[in-house]
Design a protein around this ligand. Structure first.
Ligand code: AMP
Length: 268
């Protein structure tokens, strides 16, 4: 395994390789990340994992500051997984003075997280754009846990790059909440709330599938979740393309919520 601290040094090394699988992450690795990495190891000649907490995708400074960072244990884990390359770039390495630090999204995409975290996806797309402009990778591996992010990156990549987007299933703790680096910010007691929220949402999905209740009437569900001491930011039912026209076979439940000021998202 080789650790690169700059894109230049990485590029000098990998010049001739044309089947690199790329797994961009913000570190504090967990089982969700591991599943992406394992898929890349299987599907690519070499696997590159980046550990980079992108300041431009945090719309609140405090959120960026308290985002968990575990560099040493991440490196240890990546070595154990037999990842080929790790990239730990500086902000100035990705975004030079002249780089675009934000890529606009269309008005119609300003829904769900884009509505509540203005500038977030603009920052996400900018960093992925910079990565793909600077590093030639065959495939990029992204998780469905961040479904809207996956959807927007797919649109960007299909328009501008030859890289193939590989989407990967959400990995959950015992079939309940999704693994997330932010879980580290909760104590074990508060983590149990995540299990309860997931149980409510899975039941909601089941009910929607059976069409027992009106598909968009979710006030009772929000109330049940709020009663757990959770602040729901949004709970919406949308189709796979994030539109509002849903059917029994084409829908997903999207949620964003806060526990103790920590923001979580999930989709079922
Ligand atoms: P992050 O480090 O949170 O930016 O995530 C890096 C990548 O891992 C993104 O493509 C995420 O969608 C994906 N990811 C995060 N959590 C999970 C999970 N529980 N299951 C599958 N993929 C995940």
């Amino acid at each position: 395994m080789i650790i690169f601290k700059s894109i230049n040094s990485l590029n000098k090394y990998i010049k001739l390789n044309n089947n690199i699988g790329f797994v961009p992450t913000m570190g504090s690795l967990h089982k969700g990340h591991i599943s992406l990495i394992k898929k890349s190891l299987k599907m690519s000649n070499k696997t590159l994992v980046s550990l980079f907490v992108n300041p431009y995708q945090f719309n609140k400074k405090q959120d960026f500051k308290k985002y968990p960072r575990n560099l040493q244990s991440d490196i240890k884990l990546l070595k154990k997984l037999k990842v080929n390359y790790i990239l730990i770039p500086r902000v100035s390495d990705i975004f030079e003075k002249t780089s675009i630090k934000s890529i606009d999204i269309e008005h119609k995409d300003k829904i769900l997280c884009a509505k509540y975290r203005p500038g977030h996806f603009e920052g996400v797309l900018a960093v992925i754009n910079q990565f793909l402009l600077k590093i030639k990778v065959g495939k990029i591996f992204l998780g469905e846990k961040d479904y809207q992010q996956l959807y927007l990156i797919k649109k960007l990549v299909e328009k501008k790059f030859k890289t193939k987007v590989i989407s990967c299933k959400t990995i959950r703790y015992k079939n309940t909440y999704a693994y997330s680096s932010r879980n580290n910010l909760l104590n074990p007691k508060k983590l149990k709330i995540l299990i309860k929220v997931a149980a409510i949402l899975k039941k909601y999905k089941y009910i929607l599938k059976k069409s027992i209740i009106n598909i968009h009437r979710n006030t009772t569900i929000i109330k049940n979740i709020t009663n757990l001491g959770v602040k729901v930011e949004y709970l919406e039912v949308r189709n796979y393309k994030l539109g509002k026209k849903t059917s029994k076979k084409n829908f997903k439940v999207f949620i964003a919520y806060y526990i103790d000021g920590v923001r979580f998202i999930d989709n079922f």
